[in-house]
Write a protein that binds this ligand. Structure first.
Ligand SMILES: [Zn+2]
Length: 256
């Protein structure tokens, strides 16, 4: 099974009555019991991860005795995602200042590293916008240079056209962040369970608050141009296992 930069990897194992633990590289895999009795882990592969071999290790543990019944380690090949390169000019300088970016990144990635053992979604996600779903301002994974700087970052979401248009929750979940940030602008993040989160950036208005439960199809905000933008649009992210992943596959195919 190859791993691909920026994609969601599904690990599914049959282990009736056992506890499953795993690691992919240095990342701990969170396994959850699925409806069919198997155990599933959804793990994003970082879009900038170095291609090459990554060790996968799995351990099957007896729930009663805590004894490790079986363990194995196998290298998986991580392949390039084939993402393009792009220069973005006219970006406000304070939003590409590392002293601003890094604490904001840390705040969000710490928040989204938490794993809720319940699964709140069923089947494929909906689009968070009902406008321009055939055409996007920007796709996931593009390597980015801001104001002709180095290609140090990448686009961690999909950008929808829009201005003052409604933003819909694509699946059930609980709001874990709702508020203003320097780079992300007015931002909302929703926990969908099993380590899966979605994010809505640069909003004109936020209609939900932290801790609030949202239903699929509920209007959660309005598209805007706050934060690091060159014009109004909705930046949509999905995270799996603490890593931003390509979001459109969550609409088209669905997971797990
Ligand atoms: Zn974006």
């Amino acid at each position: 099974m190859p791993l691909v930069q920026g994609l969601t990897t599904v690990f599914r194992v049959q282990a009736p009555g056992l506890l499953v633990e795993g690691k992919l590289g240095e990342r701990v895999l969170a396994f959850f019991p699925d409806d069919d009795g198997s155990f599933v882990s959804l793990q994003g592969v970082h879009a900038m991860a170095e291609p090459g071999l990554v060790p996968l290790s799995l351990r099957f543990i007896d729930t009663a005795s805590g004894e490790i019944l079986y363990a194995f380690r196998q290298p998986l090949l991580l392949e390039e995602g084939g993402y393009p390169f792009r220069v973005l000019n006219g970006v406000p300088p304070e939003t590409i200042d590392l002293d601003v970016i890094e604490p904001e990144e840390a705040l969000i990635s710490d928040l989204l590293a938490k794993v809720t053992p319940e699964k709140y979604w069923q089947g494929p996600f909906d689009y968070p916008s009902r406008y321009y779903t055939e055409e996007f301002v920007a796709l996931f994974g593009t390597r980015r240079s801001y104001n002709n700087g180095a290609y140090l970052s990448y686009h961690a979401g999909v950008d929808f056209y829009g201005r003052d248009t409604p933003i819909y929750a694509p699946a059930n979940g609980r709001v874990v962040f709702a508020g203003p940030l320097t780079v992300r602008g007015n931002a909302t993040y929703i926990d969908h369970g099993w380590g899966v989160y979605s994010g809505y950036l640069h909003q004109a208005e936020i209609y939900v608050s932290e801790g609030e439960w949202v239903e699929r199809g509920q209007v959660i905000g309005k598209v805007g141009g706050t934060g690091r933008v060159t014009g109004p649009h909705l930046h949509w992210e999905i995270w799996a296992g603490g890593v931003p992943v390509e979001p459109l596959s969550w609409v088209q195919a669905g997971y797990p």
